[in-house]
Design a protein around this ligand. Structure first.
Ligand code: NAD
Length: 430
């Protein structure tokens, strides 16, 4: 068992964090770059995105009128390989947010050592108000608008908030029609029938389980009987709950958009999943008592998995968190200003760029399978992913120990160092 207290309390004070999405992320980047003694020129390159595209997307609506939507695609850095990152459809998408998420993807791909750079896309829309036909026309026209960026060797999108397998199938088809042949490797997260990988749907939750298991082992906590609370019961939250339960954990709290649920004897996750399959949310689930949504994050437990959305742990509630480990299933669930509070409390935070990287790792396997034209068994996908997640956890842990910093900054140091080394070897093209 390792004593973590010395490296979760860095010798230098933590950065002064700001909460603007790009700057909040970059404040962590700056701190890591400072500890790495990053070359000034490389620092300037890595603080700026390679390319940012804004497109206007005219769509013929079902009522016969034309609406114009705005879409973005940002290639943040592609020195290690093609851009990789999801496309989100959301009313509140901004270029600033897409830029931050694209940078995030750059570090995430480097942490798990896959040969991709970072990218992200977004369309400002309310997908719930669109018919299937409108959604398809929007997706295809957005794809056509950014087509010069896309390609298996240049930029490979994937699903993100409010986009799914079906939307990825339309992206792949539109790209393929323009290129006059089928190009499956242009996008990942596709349906298995048309080149998707086995295990992709469960990959992020499986990765969360693997790094949680590694973290509790380091802390000397027995996984059997370890108590867990999970916020979010969608793809990441439900699969994490199910797999942690299979490892012997006791899931004492779960929650989704409809509310939060508690059972100190342990929630029957299979029954909760069945309930959600029929009723869409956990509302009314009989296997647990209800509590206030904010109480879920404040439950006394061994592991807390925020797997819903960003900015859930902030200076407003960080002081009240009573867990030993936070495993960030969601992207950005902890605000930068909450980091030092959790650190002061001695909570081990497994940062998003490591914790939820199982998804992009299996996306990489999907791209490899598409390019080779040979498909792997589920066991092969899961075994390779497990090996890569464990190796990444160990590398982040060792880096954090070496620099005496929290795991988040360790992950950033590891990632920035990898990207910077590649940039240095490639040199600056003039
Ligand atoms: P999802 O849409 O399948 O599920 C989201 C869940 O969060 C739902 O249960 C929803 O009810 C719940 N939720 C939404 N708002 C909430 C709120 N205010 N309070 C409590 N619960 C709330 O999404 P997902 O794919 O599971 O993604 C969840 C998070 O994980 C996101 O941050 C996403 O970016 C991140 N992530 C997902 C993947 C992936 O492969 N799906 C990969 C990496 C990161």
């Amino acid at each position: 068992m390792t004593d973590i207290t010395n490296f979760i309390r860095p010798e230098k004070p933590l950065f002064l964090a700001v909460e603007h999405p790009f700057e909040a992320m970059m404040s962590r980047f700056d701190y890591a770059a400072q500890l790495l003694n990053l070359d000034r020129g490389l620092y300037k390159v890595l603080r700026n995105p390679d390319r940012q595209i804004i497109v206007s997307i005219p769509v013929l609506m079902d009522n016969g009128e034309v609406e114009v939507f705005t879409g973005y695609r940002v290639l943040y850095n592609t020195s290690r390989g093609p851009g990789k990152g999801g496309i989100r459809f959301d009313k509140n998408v901004t270029l600033e947010e897409v830029k931050a998420l694209a940078a995030w993807m750059t570090w995430k791909c480097a942490v798990v050592n896959i040969p991709f750079g970072g990218a992200k896309g977004g369309v400002v829309c309310d997908p719930m108000s669109l018919s299937v036909g409108e959604l398809e026309r929007l997706t295809r026209r957005y794809t056509a608008g950014i087509i010069e960026l896309l390609g298996p060797d240049s930029d490979v999108p994937a699903p993100d908030v409010n986009t799914n397998e079906r939307i990825m199938a339309w992206v792949m088809d539109t790209y393929s029609m323009h290129h006059r042949h089928t190009v499956t490797a242009v996008v990942t997260g596709k349906p298995v029938e048309m080149g998707g990988s086995l295990g992709r749907r469960e990959a992020t939750g499986r990765g969360v389980m693997i790094v949680t298991r590694e973290a509790v082992r380091h802390l000397g906590i027995d996984i059997i009987g370890a108590t867990v609370a999970v916020q979010g019961f969608g793809n990441v939250g439900s699969v994490s709950s199910q797999l942690l339960r299979e490892q012997g954990c006791k899931i004492i709290g779960v929650g989704d958009i409809s509310g939060a649920f508690y059972n100190k004897k342990g929630i029957d996750i299979e029954k909760a999943l069945e309930w959600v399959r029929t009723n869409r949310t956990l509302a009314g689930f009989p296997g647990a008592e209800t509590m206030e949504p904010e109480e879920l994050l404040e439950l006394e437990c061994d592991v807390l998995v925020p797997a819903a959305k960003e900015d859930q742990i902030t200076p407003r509630n960080a002081e009240k968190i009573r867990t030993k480990v936070i495993c960030e299933g969601a992207n950005g669930p902890t605000s930068a200003k909450a980091d030092p509070i959790l650190q002061e409390k001695g909570i081990l935070v497994i940062p998003d760029i490591l914790a939820n990287a199982g998804g992009v790792t299996v996306s990489y396997f999907e791209w490899v399978q598409n390019r080779v034209g040979y498909f792997w068994s589920l066991d092969r996908v899961n075994d390779r992913m497990e090996r890569m997640m464990k190796e990444s956890f160990d590398s982040v842990y060792e880096t954090a120990e070496r620099y005496k910093v929290p795991l988040r900054i360790g992950a950033y140091i590891l990632a920035i160092d990898k990207v910077a080394r590649t940039l240095k070897l490639r040199g600056i093209y003039a």
